[in-house]
Ligand binder design. Structure first.
Ligand code: PMP
Length: 378
């Protein structure tokens, strides 16, 4: 018998599988709440005004080779993108420009947030850690990405959300971190944290709760991986949504930084509406302090060289178009302001639509409908 004929059907992706069921559903009152894509009042995915302007600039300047270069990008993305994005993340968002100046950010452009998590996972399991804990619940694709990129079956879940109360399980979370810590283990554990708009519960810790959690994570020398897929979508303000990142990199609280680095996986899919263009980044924030003979710049070069090796063997180099759009928006002050307003507009409208949906739902029917309650928690 033929091997290829015996390949079994793989189970559908939990989220995208629901989309396919949605497409087949004949009910004309159906509403698709599965994949997170922002649509306008006509149900269309239209570019933000700032993105449209950047596209126009790109088209107008077609004779300018800076804009109209269809060549390959370097393995880890282009230098302009690194300059613009690290400035946006570490200067504009959390006001820590010294991290950039001191060569403490090892940065690569990635295939959006998913690509950033994949590379982080491959890198971490190659050099630093072989176990990761993620929240219960988490984005359904997290364990899939982490499993396929090195963590294999060493993925555990920390208590996060209590579906009975609809609140954060902060005490259980803290207890779990301590009770499952092994001081004998030679390798640190990694922990995945959602920066804002926790997917799927929508429940985020307060700053005070983050402080309690991050203190423990730091004390236990864990490796934080921050998934920032929704910067700006919580409050409507791109910079206010960075409190977790800001706290983790607060030198007065953690003067020695993160012994084994902090991994920031960031995406422009949602906050620039660049979903299909796959624009995002991975920043590894290195610990401070010049250990003799190993200044930060040397550490950074070594880490960059390893990231390059991983990317080269995986997809060779990232796509160009979306990163050019992001570059224009982040480097032209007027466009940047326009973008900040676009994000605010989107979030205000999202909140209005959510409220309207909430008011129209018949909650008694929903609570008795196991299928719908099941979907809510996937
Ligand atoms: N993390 C979370 C929590 C997400 O919800 C998503 C997208 N749904 C991502 C990461 C990655 O998105 P992308 O690869 O499109 O940037």
């Amino acid at each position: 018998s033929s091997l290829i004929k015996n390949i079994p059907l793989a189970p559908a992706d939990k989220i995208l599988g629901l989309t396919s069921e949605f497409n087949h559903d004949q009910n004309n009152k159906k509403v698709n709440l599965t994949v997170g894509i922002y649509k306008d009042a006509f149900g269309k995915v239209t570019p933000f005004p700032s993105v449209r302007q950047a596209q126009n600039l790109l088209n107008k300047n077609h004779s300018n080779s800076k804009y109209n270069n269809l060549s390959y990008l370097p393995i880890t993305g282009c230098k302009d993108f690194e300059t613009n994005v690290t400035n946006f993340l570490f200067n504009d968002s959390i006001n820590k420009p010294t991290l950039i100046e001191d060569n403490r950010i090892s940065f690569i452009q990635t295939l959006s947030g998913t690509g950033a998590i994949s590379i982080a996972s491959t890198f971490i399991t190659k050099f630093l850690s072989n176990e990761i804990i993620i929240p219960n619940y988490s984005w359904a694709n997290h364990s899939n990405i982490l499993q396929k990129n090195g963590f294999k079956n060493n993925i555990n879940h920390y208590p996060y959300y209590d579906p009975i109360t609809g609140k954060l399980s902060i005490n259980k979370w803290k207890q779990y971190l301590r009770s499952t810590h092994s001081s004998k283990s030679t390798m640190p554990r990694s922990i995945l944290l959602h920066a804002s708009c926790h997917n799927p519960t929508g429940v985020d810790p307060t700053l005070k709760q983050w402080e309690e959690i991050i203190d423990i994570i730091h004390e236990l020398k864990m490796i934080p991986i921050i998934d920032m897929a929704y910067q700006g979508l919580e409050t409507g303000n791109l910079f206010q949504d960075c409190q977790l990142l800001k706290l983790c990199l607060d030198e007065s609280r953690y003067p020695k930084g993160w012994k084994n680095g902090l991994f920031l996986c960031q995406s422009f899919a949602k906050n620039m509406g660049l979903y299909g263009e796959r624009v995002g980044s991975l920043s590894i924030v290195l610990p401070p302090g010049q250990e003799e003979g190993s200044p930060e710049s040397v550490m950074k070069d070594k880490i960059n060289s390893q990231l390059k090796r991983i990317v080269r063997g995986m997809y060779s180099s990232p796509p160009g178009y979306g990163s050019k759009i992001a570059n224009i928006i982040l480097s032209e002050p007027d466009l940047k302001l326009r973008w900040i307003k676009d994000v605010k507009f989107m979030v205000d409208r999202l909140n209005q639509v959510r409220l309207m949906l909430y008011e129209r739902l018949n909650w008694n029917d929903l609570i008795n409908n196991e299928l719908i309650m099941g979907c809510l928690f996937h």
